[in-house]
Every structure is written in structure tokens, then in C-alpha cells.
Design a protein around this ligand. Structure first.
Ligand SMILES: *[C@@H]1O[C@H](CO)[C@@H](O)[C@H](O)[C@H]1NC(C)=O
Ligand SMILES: *[C@@H]1O[C@H](CO)[C@@H](O)[C@H](O)[C@H]1NC(C)=O
Ligand SMILES: *[C@@H]1O[C@H](CO)[C@@H](O)[C@H](O)[C@H]1NC(C)=O
Ligand SMILES: *[C@@H]1O[C@H](CO)[C@@H](O)[C@H](O)[C@H]1NC(C)=O
Ligand SMILES: *[C@@H]1O[C@H](CO)[C@@H](O)[C@H](O)[C@H]1NC(C)=O
Ligand SMILES: *[C@@H]1O[C@H](CO)[C@@H](O)[C@H](O)[C@H]1NC(C)=O
Ligand SMILES: *[C@@H]1O[C@H](CO)[C@@H](O)[C@H](O)[C@H]1NC(C)=O
Ligand SMILES: *[C@@H]1O[C@H](CO)[C@@H](O)[C@H](O)[C@H]1NC(C)=O
Ligand SMILES: *[C@@H]1O[C@H](CO)[C@@H](O)[C@H](O)[C@H]1NC(C)=O
Ligand SMILES: *[C@@H]1O[C@H](CO)[C@@H](O)[C@H](O)[C@H]1NC(C)=O
Ligand SMILES: *[C@@H]1O[C@H](CO)[C@@H](O)[C@H](O)[C@H]1NC(C)=O
Ligand SMILES: *[C@@H]1O[C@H](CO)[C@@H](O)[C@H](O)[C@H]1NC(C)=O
Length: 753
């Protein structure tokens, strides 16, 4: 053999080797290109091209395609998340023999579970989540015996989860959330002894069943998420033996009985969500899990007091216990927790004084303690760290002044403290607090005057039933974004300034039961949105400005018990008023013809010099000598009149069912308030209009005529619900419309629902 031959054969050998490897590569690439073709060449895979073909000299070897991971030159991972794939998974995918990871999540893949994947014998990680897979999970799923991570969540799988899933003994992660399963969770899942994460949440169609007790044998499980999956019965006592547990979420189910006393034992426990169940009894007293970050037990039937041990949770950022029946004092130690960001304990029976140190040692953002029996002062240091956004403390028995720290608190958006016994002046900086949008101080004993300027975003200012005094400042024209201004029953004096009429977004204005005097402003500068104007029981004199008749949105007008004189401007007759009260004034002349029906029978009482053309009203008939006030011609006035009369008849009927408030609004509201147990259904009323107010409670009926429509409904105008809604509304969003594509990213810290 010559050196040449040796050299040649060496070359040949080399070439041969190289060739066989490239053949292998070619083969894998061929499979990939076939996949692309099977999926009808989605644009997202347009860069999958054969580099050897001349026309695509720019494309690279398939191992360099971003969706592909190769190990030692062979394809091991196929990462096709969010590639707009709309076709099935073809059997030849497993011709990529060495695949360990297949991720097809966030596509639009239809049809049943692709059993062909059983041929991918090295598969360890399969993610088919967020697709349109349907049918049942095959009972022989255990043939994927090497699986460590399985995610089938957010698909249309239905039927039973097969027991054989418990034979996938290598599983670390099992995610079967948000499908259409309608059986129950198999006990056998408890056999998956290596499992670290089990996510079964939002399987809303599951047969009601208990949490399988075998699950608590999962000693390596860190993450257990079974929200909204129709669990009932009690939480197994052994739950505290799940020593690795970090994240426990069994919220929004129908769990009953006591919370097992061992619940707070697992040392690494960080998140505990048991909200929205029917849990009763006491909260476990002993807490070993000192790293806890968030506890949310809200919306249950828990009794007893808040455990002192919660005051040891130095890493706790959120404590949410609202909507329970907890009693006793809030432990002072909780006020000193250094990490606390969110405290929501509203709607319980908590009593005693509030811990004085809240806000002092932590970056407190939410402080919600409304609807309890708390007394004493609001914590003085609430906003020391200037992170505070919400203070909600209404319906308690709090006394003293608002904390000074609220006067220097630029993050503050909402302050609701109505119905307490708070007093003193408002800290001056609070009015102008940079982000303040809602300030509700009603039903307290506050004093002081209104400022010239308020926060730019202030949209709701309610200070009814206090001792505020002074005038309505001319600077009120700068309160541009005000929507609701309620200041009934205070000590305001002086005239109503012209500037008040310039507010463009104002819908509700209550200044009744004050000491306002002088004439109403003759020019109305805006009030484009004004819906309700109540100035009753003041000392206002002079005429009714005809311009009131131009306020298209006005539906309630109460000027009763003043000293208003002159004739009623005929323009008022054009308004679609559901409440009109001009009683007890000094008005004279003929009432606008549109008001000559029974709906307005009590609108004009006690005005000696008013008259009407019909004798049936509570007003004397006009003498024929009296020059009739020229009424404004309205198109198809006659027809409107007929409708009004029909409406009036209907409303009259309703009115006999419900109490109608014709007199001074506030007085009646009060008596209603006390007579209604249900604390959010404050007012029951009717109106004829189409713009529906914000807090609609219940639609009763709808009547339609050609050019006029009647909506009859109950609604609540008070904002009691802000506190409640924060919980309720957010709960509902999570239940009623779980986000289709993002549900898995469960919010953790800070954003405590
Ligand atoms: C998926 O398709 C939509 C609409 O056809 C397109 O807007 C989007 O960019 C595509 N996404 C990818 C990753 O190609
Ligand atoms: C070649 O690939 C690069 C990077 O992927 C791209 O920016 C460029 O437009 C491609 N050129 C051609 C001719 O396709
Ligand atoms: C799979 O990988 C092994 C080595 O890990 C290799 O010998 C084999 O050729 C690969 N199979 C394919 C089809 O690429
Ligand atoms: C697996 O591959 C073999 C041979 O290619 C084929 O006969 C069989 O049907 C495949 N199994 C599945 C479940 O697709
Ligand atoms: C799965 O959905 C497809 C439509 O996407 C439907 O044709 C098919 O019948 C469904 N299969 C099952 C088993 O529900
Ligand atoms: C589950 O749903 C499927 C398809 O809707 C139905 O055929 C089956 O009877 C249901 N099973 C149970 C236990 O409700
Ligand atoms: C639950 O079952 C109802 C009634 O069978 C069905 O309309 C609904 O689509 C199911 N929900 C889910 C998420 O599958
Ligand atoms: C799996 O779990 C079931 C029910 O929990 C049990 O009866 C069975 O013995 C377990 N199987 C194995 C192999 O551990
Ligand atoms: C708790 O977490 C730590 C740190 O992650 C870990 O080392 C430890 O093993 C965990 N304890 C348990 C009981 O799992
Ligand atoms: C919750 O469970 C109770 C008692 O087990 C039952 O009466 C009630 O109907 C269940 N509620 C829901 C929404 O499943
Ligand atoms: C709280 O968190 C810190 C760091 O974030 C950690 O060092 C500490 O061990 C945690 N636990 C307690 C009880 O402070
Ligand atoms: C509020 O406190 C006062 C005095 O402490 C008490 O008389 C009153 O009954 C309390 N009111 C309520 C509603 O608890």
C-alpha cells in the first residue's frame, strides 16, 4: 500500500463520516421542513429554509434556527410557542428521535391529544397549553413514561382526568388548569412523589368533590393551585404535612369546615390564598411559616380574632381578611410589620382601637378597615412613608382628627371615612394631594372651610352632614374634574358663586340644608352633565334662572324651602324631570303646562301665588284674567303629553309600591337608610331617562314608546361599595372571565387582588 492510497482511503473515510453525519442532519432538516409544510408554512417559520438550495443562501443550518435546540448535532428541543400554528401535530414529528422538549403552547392547534407523541421516546417536557385541543386525555398517557413536565392547560379537554396520569412517576410539573374537564381529580395524582408543581385551577365544570387527601402526600410539592375548580368539603388535616409547600391557592371553591390548625406549619410557605370559600371557625393560631408573604382568607365565614402570631410575619406584604365575621382587636404587632403593603380587613366585627403604628415601619399602600366597630383614632403615621394610595375606613366609630400625615401624601387617590365620629379641620395638604380623586367625609363632625384649590383629579367630593362653614369659594371654577359634589347639611353661607356653574363634568350637586342666601347665578356657564341639583332648605331668594331649562341632562331638581320668587320659567317644562320640587317658596304665576299632571302633584305645594289651568292639581286654578305665561311650543306636544300621562299613570302605580321622595331628599334618604338592613341598597327609586347612573342595582322593567322610553330600576347612589367592590369586583373578574391566555401568571406580591 502506498502512502497515497493510505492517504486516499483516509480521505474517503473522513468524507464518508462527514457524509453520514450530514445525511443525518439532512434527515432531521427534512423532517423540520416537512413539519413547516404540514403547518401550511406559517409566516412565523419563513426562515426555515434549506441552506443548500441556492435561492436561500441567506438561511443557516437548522440547529441555528431560533426555535431549534440541538445537542451534539441532533435536534433535542422544538420551541414553537406562539407561532400561529393552526394545524394538527403530525405523527412524523417523532422522526426527530432525540426530542426531549416540545413546546407548542399559545397556538391554535385543534383536535384530540396527539398520541403519536408516544413515539417520541425521549420526551421529558411537553407543553401543549393554550391551544384548542379537545376530546379526553387518553387513558394510556402513562406511555409517555419519561415525562418530567406536562402542561395541557387552557385547552378544551373534557371528561375525566385519567388515573393513569399517576403512573407518570417522573413528573415534576403537572399543569391541567382551565380545561373543560367534568369528572373529578384522581386520587392517583398523589402517587407522583417527585411532583413539585400541581396546577389544576379554573376547571370550573368539575364535578363537586373534595380535595383528594392523597394530594397531601406530595412531600415535594411546592406549588398547589386549584382555584375555582368546584372543591367542596374540608381541607384535609394533613395539609400541614406538605413540608415543601410554598404557594397554596385553593381560592374560589366551596370548601367548608375549619382551616386545619396545621396550615401555617410548612416552613417555606409564602402564599396562602383561601379566599371565597365557606370556611368557618377560627384562623389557626400557630404560625411556623415565618416567611409568609401574602395571606388572603377573605370572603369566608371565619370567626374569632386575628392571630397574634400574624404579628411575627416580618416578610408579610399582604393581609386580606375582609368579608368574614372576625372580632376582637387587630393585634398591635401587625401595625409594626416592616413589609406590610396591603391591609384589607373591612366588613368584619373588629373592635377596639387601631394599632397606632400602621404606616410607620412599612411602605403601606392600602389601608382598608371599613365596616367594623373600630374606635379611637386613625393611625397618625399612615402616610409617613408616602406610599399610601387608599384609606378606606367608613362605617366605624372612629374619633379624633384625620392624621396629619395625610396632608403630605402625594400618592393618595382615595380617602373614604364617612359615617364615623371624626372631627377637626381637614389637613390642608390633603385637599390638594397630587393624585387625590375621591374624598368622602360625610357623616362626621368635621369643621373648617372649603379651599380655593383642590387636587386636579378630584372627581368625587362628599362632605354631607358635617360642620363645614364659610362660603363656596370662587376658586371652585378650578375644580375642573369634579363629577359629584355633595355638601348637604353643613353650615355654608353666602351666595352660590357663578363659578360653580362652570364645572363641565359635574353630574350631582347637593348643597341643601345649608345657610346659602342671595340669588341663584343668572348665567349657567356649563353644567353640561348636571343630573341632580338639590338646593333645598337654604335661604335662596330671587328668580329661577330660565337657563336651568337648557340643562339637557337635568332629571332631578329640588329648590324647595327657600325664598325663591317670580314665575317658573316656561323652559323648565322642556326638561325630562323625574323629580321636581319647588314647594315652599314664593313663586307666582302659571306653572308650565308640561307639569300639569299627577306626577308633579306635590312639586309646587305651599307657593301661594302659583296657579294651573287644571283644577285637579294641588294648585288653585288660574283666573281667566291672568295673562297665561306663554308656553314654549314643543313639537308633537300633544303626543308627549299623552305619553307623559301614560307614564304618570304607570309611575303613580309604582309610586304606590315604593316610597317616592317628593320632599326634601336628604331627610327621606336618612329614614330609608335606617330602615333598610341591606347596607348597599340605600335607595329605591324610579326615573324616566336613558342615562343610567353608575351604581345600578337591579333593572325592574323597560317600557318603550315611539319617542320616549321608560327604565324602571333600583340604584344606589352612595359609594359604600368602593370598599366592598375592591374585593368583590376583582373577585368577579377572576371568576367570571378568567383571562384566556394569561391565567397562569398568577399575581403575587403587592397586587393583592
Ligand atoms: C400571528 O398572526 C397574526 C395575525 O394573522 C399576526 O398579527 C401575528 O404577528 C402573527 N404572530 C406571529 C408570531 O407570527
Ligand atoms: C439575511 O438574514 C438576515 C438576518 O436574519 C436578514 O436581516 C437579511 O434581510 C437576510 N437577507 C436576505 C437576502 O434574505
Ligand atoms: C440521537 O442521539 C444519539 C446520541 O445522543 C445519536 O447517536 C443518534 O444518532 C441520535 N439520533 C438521531 C435520529 O439523530
Ligand atoms: C410509532 O411509530 C411506529 C413506527 O414508525 C408506528 O408503527 C406507530 O403507529 C407509531 N405509534 C404511534 C402511536 O403513532
Ligand atoms: C374537536 O374539535 C373539532 C373542531 O375543532 C371537532 O370537529 C371535533 O369533533 C372535536 N372532537 C372531539 C372529540 O370533541
Ligand atoms: C362530560 O362532558 C361530556 C361532553 O360534554 C359528556 O358526554 C359527559 O357525559 C360528561 N360527563 C359527566 C360526568 O358529566
Ligand atoms: C361548562 O359546562 C357548560 C354546560 O355544559 C358549558 O356551557 C361550558 O362551556 C363549560 N365550560 C367550560 C369552561 O368548558
Ligand atoms: C396510587 O394511588 C392509588 C390511590 O391513591 C393507590 O391505591 C395505589 O396503590 C397507588 N399506586 C402506586 C403504584 O403507588
Ligand atoms: C425551603 O427552602 C429552602 C431554600 O429554597 C430549601 O433549601 C429547603 O430545602 C426548603 N425546605 C423544605 C422543607 O422544602
Ligand atoms: C356549596 O356547598 C354547600 C354545602 O355542601 C351546598 O349547599 C352549596 O350548594 C354549594 N354551593 C356551590 C356554589 O356549589
Ligand atoms: C424574610 O426575608 C428576608 C430576605 O428577603 C430573609 O432573609 C428572611 O429570612 C425572611 N424571613 C424572616 C422571618 O424574616
Ligand atoms: C360609638 O362609641 C360610643 C362611645 O364610645 C358609643 O356610645 C356608641 O354606642 C358607639 N357606636 C357604635 C355604632 O358602636
Amino acid at each position: 500500500m502506498t502512502i497515497t492510497t493510505i492517504f486516499l482511503s483516509f480521505l474517503l473515510l473522513l468524507f464518508g463520516l462527514a457524509n453520514s453525519e450530514s445525511q443525518l442532519n439532512d434527515k432531521e432538516q427534512t423532517v423540520l421542513l416537512k413539519l413547516k409544510q404540514h403547518w401550511q408554512n406559517p409566516p412565523s417559520l419563513s426562515h426555515w429554509q434549506n441552506p443548500l438550495s441556492l435561492s436561500h443562501s441567506n438561511s443557516s443550518h437548522h440547529c441555528n434556527w431560533p426555535e431549534i435546540t440541538c445537542t451534539s448535532g441532533t435536534v433535542t428541543q422544538l420551541l414553537l410557542q406562539n407561532k400561529n400554528i393552526t394545524q394538527t401535530v403530525p405523527p412524523f414529528i417523532c422522526d426527530l428521535k432525540n426530542l426531549t422538549v416540545i413546546d407548542l403552547s399559545f397556538n391554535f392547534i385543534p383536535q384530540e391529544f396527539p398520541k403519536a407523541l408516544y413515539n417520541c421516546s425521549k420526551l421529558e417536557d411537553l407543553d401543549l397549553s393554550q391551544n384548542y385541543f379537545n376530546g379526553t386525555i387518553p387513558v394510556d398517557i402513562h406511555r409517555l413514561s419519561g415525562l418530567r413536565h406536562l402542561n395541557l392547560g387552557a385547552n378544551d379537554f373534557y371528561g375525566n382526568i385519567p388515573a393513569s396520569i399517576g403512573q407518570l412517576t417522573e413528573l415534576r410539573t403537572l399543569k391541567l388548569f382551565q380545561c373543560a374537564f367534568n369528572g373529578s381529580f384522581p386520587q392517583e395524582i398523589g402517587n407522583l412523589s417527585k411532583l413539585e408543581s400541581l396546577q389544576l385551577a379554573y376547571n370550573v365544570n368539575m364535578t363537586a368533590a373534595e380535595l383528594p387527601s392523597s394530594f397531601t402526600e406530595l412531600k415535594k410539592l411546592k406549588f398547589l393551585w386549584i382555584t375555582a375548580s368546584n372543591l367542596n368539603g374540608e381541607i384535609p388535616d394533613t395539609i400541614g404535612e406538605m413540608e415543601a409547600l410554598v404557594h397554596l391557592d385553593l381560592s374560589i371553591n366551596n370548601l367548608t369546615g375549619k382551616i386545619p390548625s396545621s396550615l401555617f406549619m410548612p416552613k417555606n410557605l409564602s402564599i396562602v390564598y383561601l379566599f371565597r370559600n365557606q370556611l368557618s371557625g377560627e384562623i389557626p393560631r400557630v404560625v411556623e411559616a415565618l416567611n409568609i408573604d401574602v395571606i388572603d382568607l377573605s370572603d369566608n365565614k371565619l370567626t374569632g380574632s386575628i392571630p397574634d402570631d400574624f404579628g411575627r410575619l416580618r416578610n408579610m406584604t399582604g393581609l386580606s381578611l375582609f368579608f368574614n365575621q372576625l372580632s376582637g382587636k387587630i393585634p398591635d404587632s401587625i401595625g409594626r410589620l416592616p413589609s406590610l403593603v396591603v391591609l384589607k380587613v373591612f366588613s368584619n366585627n373588629l373592635s377596639g382601637t387601631l394599632p397606632p403604628d400602621f404606616g410607620r415601619y412599612s411602605m403601606l399602600v392600602e389601608f382598608q378597615v371599613a365596616d367594623n366597630k373600630l374606635e379611637g383614632k386613625l393611625p397618625e403615621h399612615l402616610c409617613d412613608n408616602e406610599m399610601l394610595v387608599r384609606v378606606v375606613a367608613f362605617n366605624n366609630n372612629l374619633t379624633g382628627e384625620l392624621p396629619k400625615s395625610l396632608g403630605n401624601c402625594n400618592g393618595l387617590k382615595i380617602v373614604i371615612v364617612y359615617n364615623n365620629r371624626l372631627s377637626g379641620d381637614i389637613p390642608s395638604g390633603l385637599w390638594t394631594s397630587l393624585n387625590l380623586s375621591v374624598l368622602i367625609l360625610s357623616d362626621n363632625s368635621f369643621t373648617g372651610e372649603l379651599p380655593q384649590r383642590v387636587a386636579t383629579n378630584l372627581s368625587r367630593l362628599e362632605i354631607n352632614n358635617n360642620y363645614f362653614s364659610g362660603t363656596i369659594p370662587a376658586g371652585v371654577s378650578s375644580w375642573r374634574n369634579l363629577v359629584v359634589f355633595e355638601a348637604s347639611n353643613n353650615l355654608f353661607s353666602g351666595t352660590i358663586p357663578q363659578e360653580l356653574t362652570s364645572l363641565p363634568y359635574l353630574t350631582t350637586l347637593f348643597l341643601d340644608q345649608n345657610r346659602l342666601s342671595g340669588s341663584l347665578p343668572p348665567d349657567i356657564m356649563s353644567w353640561k352633565m348636571l343630573n341632580t341639583l338639590n338646593l333645598c332648605r337654604n335661604k335662596i331668594s330671587g328668580p329661577i334662572p330660565p337657563e336651568l331649562g337648557n340643562l339637557a341632562s337635568l332629571t332631578e331638581l329640588d329648590l324647595s324651602e327657600n325664598q325663591i320668587s317670580g314665575q317658573i320659567p316656561p323652559q323648565l317644562g322642556l326638561l325630562r324631570l323625574t323629580l321636581l320640587n319647588l314647594s315652599s317658596n314664593l313663586l307666582n304665576g302659571r306653572i308650565p303646562i308640561q307639569f300639569e299632571n299627577d306626577a308633579y302633584a306635590n312639586s309646587f305645594l305651599n307657593n301661594i301665588a302659583l296657579c294651573a289651568s287644571k283644577p285637579t292639581l294641588n294648585i288653585r286654578k288660574c283666573d281667566s284674567e291672568i295673562e297665561p305665561v306663554k308656553s314654549i311650543k314643543h313639537p308633537s306636544q300633544c303626543f308627549v303629553l299623552i305619553i307623559c300621562m301614560v307614564a304618570a299613570a304607570l309611575l303613580g302605580l309604582l309610586a304606590s309600591l315604593f316610597v317616592v321622595r317628593f320632599h326634601c331628599k336628604r331627610k327621606i334618604t336618612k329614614s330609608w337608610r335606617s330602615s333598610l338592613k341591606n347596607n348597599f341598597l340605600h335607595k329605591l327609586k324610579y326615573r324616566v331617562q336613558l342615562n343610567i347612573p353608575t351604581y345600578l342595582v337591579k333593572l325592574l322593567c323597560f317600557i318603550s314608546f315611539d319617542n320616549s322610553k321608560l327604565l324602571v330600576y333600583e340604584y344606589s347612589k352612595t359609594i359604600d361599595w368602593i370598599g366592598g367592590c375592591i374585593g368583590t369586583v376583582e373577585h368577579q373578574t377572576s371568576q367570571c372571565s378568567p383571562p384566556v391566555k394569561t391565567i397562569e401568571h398568577h399575581s403575587r406580591v403587592g397586587e393583592l387582588r
